[in-house]
Design a protein around this ligand. Structure first.
Ligand SMILES: [Zn+2]
Length: 366
């Protein structure tokens, strides 16, 4: 049994007795016990994206994610029927679809605009073909601001996407960079939900022999871009964007003492922490913790008690959203991790599974 089959098998066991789950309407003997999770970190592979990657020699079958070696497993392995099956088996009511790495960092301007549009149209079709099961964080050509603004308008106004998907960096800049300002201005004006997926920056691709970029760089780049948004003043300047960061914020919770540099802060009530340095961060008038505690963080690949225990000490449970990282990880694994980590009580789990997402994605309110 390969890893994938084994995950499906375990998922089936974990969900035994849950019954069917179709169109958001639970059935069976214990409807109250069936979670109706909203998965905010869920990847799909539109045919246009696959063709785009093949055209750029990203179709070599490399395992482990990342660029430079070939098509990663999530892209090659995604199948709609298996996806729906995984959702049904483990209580995912709705998956908000997004494109995983390597994304759109290669290709001509018009080509990237075209493939972004085709990916978004494909997601919109899945959403209408399977009512209630899918949403969309739309792909945009973020390194091409005019193209990005056009796609934001199309995705949010025409397709009614749930939000916009960005990557943690674009080659050599992170999200607080001035080059992102026109995009942030527009997303802020629309009070948009912006989902941020990690990717390797140019600086840091394949830099440690024997270590896949996903091991360290994804968490590091997520942390860099959170820091970039906060310390550049972008988070303060664009306060109405609802940011969602992947994987429990990467390393952010663990390096929180560096984030609060120059201040004496009670990160945990009753415990004063002094960050290194004497100069409070510029551009952050309301404080770093205020900004961090407005942002949202998903549970994907971070359901263990170490990551979730740290995250919930830094941010309120209201900021934590259920995310699986499907195809890489199954819904069953994610749900089991969250329940078995003993970090959250039942009410908190309901908030993470769905309630917190409903606040920023009103389409899914009961
Ligand atoms: Zn992912």
């Amino acid at each position: 049994m390969n890893g994938r089959s084994r995950r499906n098998f375990l998922g089936g066991l974990a969900a035994a007795g849950v019954g069917s789950f179709l169109g958001g309407k639970p059935s069976g003997a214990q409807p109250a016990a069936i979670p109706r999770r909203i998965d905010v970190h869920h990847h799909f592979t539109p045919p246009a994206y696959l063709e785009f990657l093949k055209a750029h020699n990203q179709a070599g079958g490399r395992v482990g994610g990342g660029r430079g070696g070939g098509l990663n497993r999530a892209v090659a392995g995604w199948k709609l029927d298996e996806d729906l099956e995984d959702m049904d088996r483990s209580g995912t009511a709705t998956a908000i679809l997004s494109i995983t790495t390597p994304g759109f960092l290669f290709g001509e301007t018009n080509e990237v605009r075209k493939v972004s549009r085709e990916c978004n149209d494909y997601a919109a079709k899945l959403r209408s073909d399977h009512a209630g099961r899918f949403g969309l964080f739309a792909a945009i050509p973020a390194a091409d601001p005019p193209g990005a603004l056009g796609e934001i308008e199309y995705a949010l106004d025409t397709l009614k996407a749930d939000g916009i998907g960005l990557y943690s960096s674009y080659g050599d800049f992170w999200l607080g960079d001035a080059r992102m300002a026109p995009i942030h201005e527009e997303l802020n004006r629309r009070k948009a939900v912006v989902y941020v997926h990690p990717i390797e920056a140019n600086c840091c691709r394949n830099i440690v022999k024997d270590v896949a970029d996903t091991v360290v760089e994804y968490g590091a780049d997520t942390t860099r871009t959170i820091a970039s948004l906060i310390f550049s003043g972008s988070a303060t300047r664009y306060p109405d964007i609802n940011w969602i960061f992947s994987h429990a914020g990467g390393m952010m919770p663990f390096v929180i003492e560096r984030f609060v540099a120059g201040t004496e802060t009670e990160i945990v009530p009753g415990v004063v922490t002094r960050g290194q340095g004497n100069i409070p961060p510029r551009n952050v008038p309301k404080g770093v913790l205020y900004e961090l505690r407005k942002m949202y963080y998903d549970t994907a690949q971070a359901t263990n008690p170490v990551a979730m225990g740290a995250l919930r000490k830094v941010v309120p449970v209201s900021q934590i959203l259920y995310g699986t990282d499907y195809w890489y990880r199954s819904a069953a694994e994610t749900a089991r991790g969250l329940v078995s980590n003993k970090v959250f009580n039942e009410a908190e789990m309901r908030a993470i599974d769905r309630g917190n997402a409903e606040r920023i994605l009103p389409r899914y309110r009961a």
